[in-house]
Design a protein around this ligand. Sequence first.
Ligand SMILES: Cc1ncc(COP(=O)(O)O)c(C=O)c1O
Length: 282
Amino acid sequence: MTEQRSVAIWRDGAAVAVPADEPVLTAYDQGLVRGDGVFESVAVVRGATPHLAPHLARLHRSAALLELAHPGDDVWRALVDAVLADWPADTEGLIRLLLTRGPGGDVPPTALALVSPVPEETLRQRTTGVSVVSLSLGIPADYRAQAPWLLGGAKTLSYAVNMAAYRHAHRLGADDVVLTSLEGQLLEGPTSTVAWAAGGTLHTPPTETGILPGTTVARLFEHAEAAGWPTARTRGTVEDLHAADAVWLLSGVRGAAPVHTLDGVRRGDADLTARVRELLGR
Ligand SMILES: Cc1ncc(COP(=O)(O)O)c(C=O)c1O
C-alpha cells in the first residue's frame, strides 16, 4: 500500500491543498480547545467516494444539532476533489471531513478534509471478524431523545469517550465494543452500527436511542428489503446477540465486520456475511 496523506482547507472561497504535515488550525480553534465541531468519515474506493451524499446529509444534520453554520455541499465536494487529486486508485482511503466552530468572533467555522489509507487492521477485520465486549454507556435508552444538549445522533468531534472504550476493550483482549444503555439495551459500537440476523430478519437498534444514524446500515437495509430480506429496528439486548444467527459491526470504511466472539463467548456466523457483503457492494 502506498503511504499517502493529503489535506485541504476552505480559505477565502476556495479549497486550498496544504502539505499534510503543515499546521492548518489556530490553537484557539474551538474544535481543538473543546472538541466543538462535527465530522464525517467517508470511504474512498477506486479513487472515488461512491457514498458521499448520505455522509454530507448527516454532516448537515450534525451541524444543525450543534447550531454550527454549514458551508454547503459544494464546499465539501471541492475539498474532497482537492484531497483526492493524486490519490492512487488501488489504495482504499478514508476521508475525514471536519467542521469546527473555529476561533469564534466573526470568523466562520473551519472546514477541512484529510485523507489517509485505511489501516491494515481495519481491512483485515472485514475478513477475520472481530471479538467484542459489551460496555455500558450508563444512559437510559430513551434519555438522549429528550435531552438535546447530549447531542444524540450528532457525529461530534468529541470522540474521547469512544476511543477510551476501545482502549478498555483492548485491555480486556477484545478488538471492539458494543455499547449498551443503562437498562442493557443495545446501542452501537464506538465507530460502528450494530446489526444482527435472527428469525429470518435483519435487526438494528432504533435511532430513538440517540445512536448515530449509520449510512452503511441504511444502505444495507434498503438493499436487503429490495432482495426480500426483511429488516427491523429492534430494541435488543446482548442476549439477543448471543442468540443471533450472525452479528456485524457496520461502518462505511470497514464495511461489515462479523463478530466472532462476544464477551469471551465464541459465536457462529450462519454464513450470512457473504450475503451482507454482496448487498453492501463490497
Ligand atoms: C458512533 C458511530 N456509530 C455508527 C457509525 C457507522 O456510521 P456509517 O455507517 O455511516 O459509517 C459510526 C461511523 O463513523 C460511528 O462513529
